[in-house]
Write a protein that binds this ligand. Structure first.
Ligand code: GLY
Length: 351
């Protein structure tokens, strides 16, 4: 059967789990209970996304429209310098963005990595999923795909992020010819964001019990050009199994790339752990696997942070980080939108 006919046929039939072959999991461990949506879960920088997505879902909106609409508000906001337009650039002063989406009912996904000049990578990721036979497009190819779909190309570096980048460049070394300017508000911002992996994650369970997730980021500040983090990688920066739950992450992407953390969270939920326990268990795994000396404090603990957010099919949510996160995560459900505390393994400590 030709691909186009196959797609038409599966669309006409509906891609319900009844049509899928058995996976070898007993039904009891695959189905984590009756769905109780809509429920939205978002990382700490995403209150506006939580409010938007919940409203959309409560009005009967489609789950991907709801969550991508939510994170788009943050991508468009230059005040959030870790995502989308106005995100911190790479070491060349160029903003390179990563994003992915995953759709529970079809178990399909799309992502873009190191895309330049396009402010809404989450929307492009969705188009990769829905309008191509691929899952991940990178760099120039991702940009050309976005432009083919009508996305305008623009300079994503704002005056603010250019000044922070310039401060980074000028203070990087005393062996080069760049002289640092005066200590000012951009020096302060540089101190705060020098090693920043800021990202926004949003997952949702809709009223039909369907799950979806999106993660979008400008990645590690001042990264080597071409560096790709966990956010556009399915299983690392996000994962959904419609029969179990969804998970996403913010923080050091390299730790999630080498542990497939979000896939593991969903698998722990499949085994019966609560979302919070599943997130904590993956934090423990990362700490156990963290062997490289340059990534460890003297006491052996990681010198980086990673945070996780998860929701199961019953609508239970949880969040946890390796270190006590500076803020909670946002949940939106029948009780409204509120910030909940994250679990953690260790108190934050200075070394
Ligand atoms: N978690 C975002 C990144 O590492 O790029």
């Amino acid at each position: 059967m030709k691909r186009r006919e196959f797609l038409k046929k599966t669309a006409a039939l509906g891609i319900g789990s009844a049509l899928l072959p058995a996976t070898g999991f007993p039904e009891s461990s695959r189905d984590q209970g009756a769905a109780k949506g809509p429920v939205v879960i978002v990382s700490g920088n995403g209150e506006v996304a939580a409010r938007h997505a919940l409203k959309q879902l409560q009005q009967g909106g489609e789950v991907l429209d709801a969550i991508i609409g939510g994170v788009t508000l943050v991508e468009d906001n230059p005040e959030d310098i870790t995502v989308g337009y106005g995100g911190l650039p790479n070491e060349d002063g160029v903003v390179q963005l990563d994003a992915a989406v995953m759709h529970g009912p079809t178990h399909n996904a799309g992502g873009v990595a190191a895309i330049e000049g396009i402010r809404n990578p989450a929307k492009v990721a969705r188009l990769v999923m829905e309008r191509s036979d691929h899952v991940l497009l990178v760099g120039e190819g991702a940009k050309r795909f976005a432009k083919a779909h009508g996305f305008p190309e623009e300079n994503l570096l704002t005056d603010k992020t250019r000044k922070i980048w310039l401060k980074w460049k000028e203070t990087l070394s005393d062996q080069d010819k760049w002289f640092p300017g005066p200590d000012d508000e951009y020096s302060e911002l540089l101190r705060e964001y020098r090693h920043n992996y800021g990202t926004i994650h949003c997952s949702a369970l809709d009223a039909n019990g369907d799950l979806a997730a999106v993660t979008t980021t400008s990645g590690l500040s001042f990264k080597i050009p071409g560096r790709v983090g966990d956010s556009p990688i399915i299983g690392a920066g996000l994962y959904v199994d419609n029969a179990v739950g969804a998970a996403g992450s913010t923080g050091r992407g390299e730790a999630n790339l080498t542990n497939l953390s979000c896939f593991m969270i969903v698998e722990f939920m499949r085994m019966g752990k609560s979302p919070q326990e599943a997130c904590l268990e993956v934090c423990r795994r990362i700490v156990d696997h963290n062997r490289l000396p340059h990534l460890r404090h003297k006491d052996g603990r990681p010198n980086f942070g990673v945070n996780f957010y998860a929701v199961n099919r019953a609508g239970e949510t949880g969040g946890a980080g390796i270190y006590r996160p500076s803020r909670g995560y946002w949940v939106g459900d029948a009780k409204g939108v509120r910030e909940l505390e994250m679990g953690y393994l260790f108190e934050r400590r200075e070394e």
